[in-house]
Write a protein that binds this ligand. Sequence first.
Ligand SMILES: [Zn+2]
Length: 289
Amino acid sequence: MGKHSACPICGSKALTPRREKLRDSDTIAVLQCGACQHVFLDSFDHVDDEYFVNDTFLLSKPFLHGIEQRLRHYEAENQERAARIGPLVLNKRVLEFGCGAGALMEKIAPMVSSIEGLERTAGFRARLQGKGYTILQDLSETSGQYDVILMFHVLEHLSDAIGSIRGCIERLAPNGLLYIEVPNVEDALLTLYDVGEYRKFHFFKDHLHYFSRSSLTEAARRAGAEPVSISGHSRFGLANHMYWLRHGRPGGHLIWNFLETPSTRLEYGRALAAANMSDSLIAQIRRPS
Ligand SMILES: [Zn+2]
């Protein structure tokens, strides 16, 4: 492995260092591909097969102690995701790749014909197995085909992003859907507002990849499929952004919540998506029939 000399998505060697540093490492740098605009860590060596197994991964955020607190923290977002994908999963055979503690699985379970999860983190897996869910550790354990595979904020953690997309597509039924949401490196806080404190916060060891619209498209193509659509999605809105600009800290959406009326949330999100400055990207990829 070692340091990357080529883009892990398109293979171009036209790489330039980004100015940002990781918030949790002094030895890993951030690179950008001049061809597909993919941004990535210059080494993936710190992530091995066991990296995701230990519960301290993802539970290490200072405001999240334990699985139950984590579930409460993300409850509103999981409600939004369940409402968004409901029409896509109705009466379908579904796999959630990287299902975490399973909050989304539990919400959509009544709508689907079957649901399985894939999760490496032992504590999350144990919780769901205790509730009777089938939780795989690896794609190689799957049997049969799925109509829908969901990946919410997972792909950016995986060394072999293209191989993971390809593995999912191979396990879809004809016309099946792979639904991927990842952070967008063209996020307004990095591009339009250029918040210095956000630059120090945004890049960290767990995120190996920082997809752009073009690098996410390229990853799907190299995995053998053409995305049906790539759209912008805002996890965070005006309150969060204004707070970053004023205080240089996260969490503004929980404090300046009065700015988040339904209409500002909708219109601000639309404006960012139209300008490709949303904080997240959604790729919908269909397996050819
Ligand atoms: Zn590239």
